[in-house]
Design a protein. Structure first.
Length: 287
């Protein structure tokens, strides 16, 4: 079943209603338009949880400004069977208040490679085991109690909830030649920049907007909405020097200086440092 979830009323524009085209109602028996309460960016997952309560089912979320590879569902379902009980997606990062890490290049580009990540990124599609999400009411209360800075970072907010429930997050780095770069087309203009490689001469694009959102949530006083992610990040970073042997793929990290001169997170050489974790461990930290 495909759910198109629309809020009864937009939280930011309370007097503006959604007009559903008549043709959409007859589009397909497999597509259902459902009206739900606006929970911000996390609405697409919370709304599906409301209608899919069977613990053995799975929920796959996608963005409405994307075109996805025809094998996307097949791969996610295959990997969900392999990583039973884990949330699985094609894009993910390991983020703390001072660093951002992502798996990029793999030795064997045809082999299936997977990596544990702290945050799964929804733009590239994510499969959630329904049993790993818990009760709808509990997650809705968790999302509604989050500060605005965390609600806007739905990937962080959802992944932190999964961590609280001991549901691991696994990124499909590549599967039979299919990787994050092949899975999505359109929208999210910075997605390629997020996984760009840093040359020895200049800083490659990272993803300032997303990191800025993550950092605002990390620096909020609501630790219950991000502390699990930070704990997971420390564990993943601890094992990062051995990631090549474990995953067949290299881990690249940006570290961010959080001094006052760098608080705006502009692209400054003094505020950012990148390293391949398989060549050198990350030692550059807040000054």
């Amino acid at each position: 079943m495909v759910y198109l979830l629309l809020p009864f009323e937009h939280a930011r524009f309370p007097h503006r209603s959604f007009q559903v085209p008549k043709w959409l109602g007859n589009f397909s028996e497999c597509v259902q338009v459902r009206f739900v309460h606006d929970a911000g960016p996390a609405t697409k997952l919370l709304g599906a949880m409301q209608f899919e309560a069977e613990p053995t089912s799975a929920i796959i979320t996608v963005d409405d400004d994307k075109i996805y590879h025809q094998r996307m569902l097949e791969v996610l379902l295959d990997e969900a069977n392999l990583w039973h009980g884990s949330a699985v997606g094609f894009a993910g990062v390991t983020v703390s208040a001072t660093s951002m890490c992502m798996y990029q290049r793999c030795i064997d580009h045809k082999a299936s490679r997977f990596a544990r990540v702290a945050i799964l990124e929804g733009f590239a599609s994510v499969l959630y085991p329904r049993s790993g999400l818990g009760p709808y009411a509990a997650m809705r209360k968790y999302v509604q109690s989050a500060p605005r800075s965390c609600q806007l970072s739905d990937d962080l907010l959802i992944s932190n909830w999964l961590s609280r429930r001991n549901t691991s997050r696994v990124r499909v780095v590549q599967h039979d030649g299919l990787s994050q770069g092949d899975v999505t087309i359109g929208g999210y203009e910075d997605s390629a920049s997020l996984h760009a490689i840093r040359s020895s001469k200049q800083l490659a694009p990272w993803h300032p907007e997303e990191m800025r959102k993550y950092r605002k949530c990390f620096l909020s006083r609501s630790a219950s909405h991000h502390m699990n992610i930070e704990k997971d990040a420390r564990e993943i970073e601890q094992w990062a020097p051995y990631s090549l042997n474990r995953t067949g793929c290299e881990l690249f990290c940006h570290a961010f200086n959080l001094s006052s001169d760098c608080s705006d997170m502009e692209r400054k050489e003094a505020c950012e440092h990148g390293t391949w974790f398989d060549q050198a461990t990350l030692a550059w930290r807040k000054s």
